[in-house]
Design a protein around this ligand. Sequence first.
Ligand code: SAH
Length: 367
Amino acid sequence: MRNTLEDSRFSNTPASSGGPRPELLAERGGGGRQRLVGFFAERGEPAYRARQVEQWVWKRAARSFQEMTNLPAPLRPALAEAFSLTPLEPDYVARSRDGTIKHLWRLEDGERVESVLIPTRERLTLCLSSQAGCALACRFCATGYFGFRRQLRAAEIVAQYRDSLRVAREELGRPISNVVYMGMGEPLANLDGVIGSLAALHGGFGLGARRITVSTVGLVPGILELARRPEPFELAVSLHAPAHELRLELMPIEKRYPLPELFEALRTYQGYKNRRISLEYTLIRGVNDAPALAEALADLAHGLICFVNLIPFNPIPARPEWGPSPPAAIERFSAGLTARGVGNAVRRPRGRDIAAACGQLRLSREG
Ligand code: SAH
């Protein structure tokens, strides 16, 4: 795998066009309204029909034009010929004892991606995928072992939200309150798709920017691009090691964007945004949980407004020798950060029984 860091899987190669029909889920902030107005004008229909379609798309999360019952029946197949609603097929659904619901979605070309609904008392969080597969090959992540398949188009990312929203409304009786880009893939290696999807979630579905978190291994150009955007989307960085050699062992991306460069980008980001950054730290027994590493992490984060999420490692078959740090080691690590003034919390894994926990996606069906 020489030179993988140079190839297009890391650059923001535009995703394929997705066929001839414009995808309405990707059109927020683009020409969606005009296209719809044009469509109805050509057929001598009143302009308010465009708004009716938009209501179906963004308010009622319609999955087909047939559902749009306040439109004249003959118009529905005509709309379906002119536009796509980016259908996803649920290939598999798993429900955890803790309430977590995992979907494996089949895309139009047969690729499959996963998303996870995670209910807590205050929140209903959707964790969604930004790529089919992933090229980053983090050693502790199941997706990394499958390699990269392709970019997701903006509409394919948003469609995971739409279909999950329907499940949330119908089965859980509540809306999705938060979205995290922590499913399969590296969001900042798919900037076109991800930025388009952010616009649709925020501007189309009306989800607050502060309720949307983009999580990255630390792709510096993407972080800077996000910094320049006006909306206050949240940023999480998967750190997992505060020292070069160790991080390199766990995350090959450290070679391309080593820690000093990453933290310089985070400081720049904070200069633009003045927002707290989350650092994700997966604790692997005997690998990255030594108390001295908590100190090193605190030094690294010095001057940055950040919060560290400590996540006990979720075992994956590719790494049978690795296990989660024991509770006492996690406590010690957490206390080490707290003593140095770094806010942190230990996150309990959710959906482990259905392989829906962090880094486990795609395990049960193909692993
Ligand atoms: N590529 C992005 C988003 C996907 S991974 C990123 O790296 O941030 C979402 C989170 O799950 C990341 O913080 C990742 O490091 C973490 N993760 C991956 N595998 C894990 C595992 N086996 N146990 C616990 N966390 C894991």
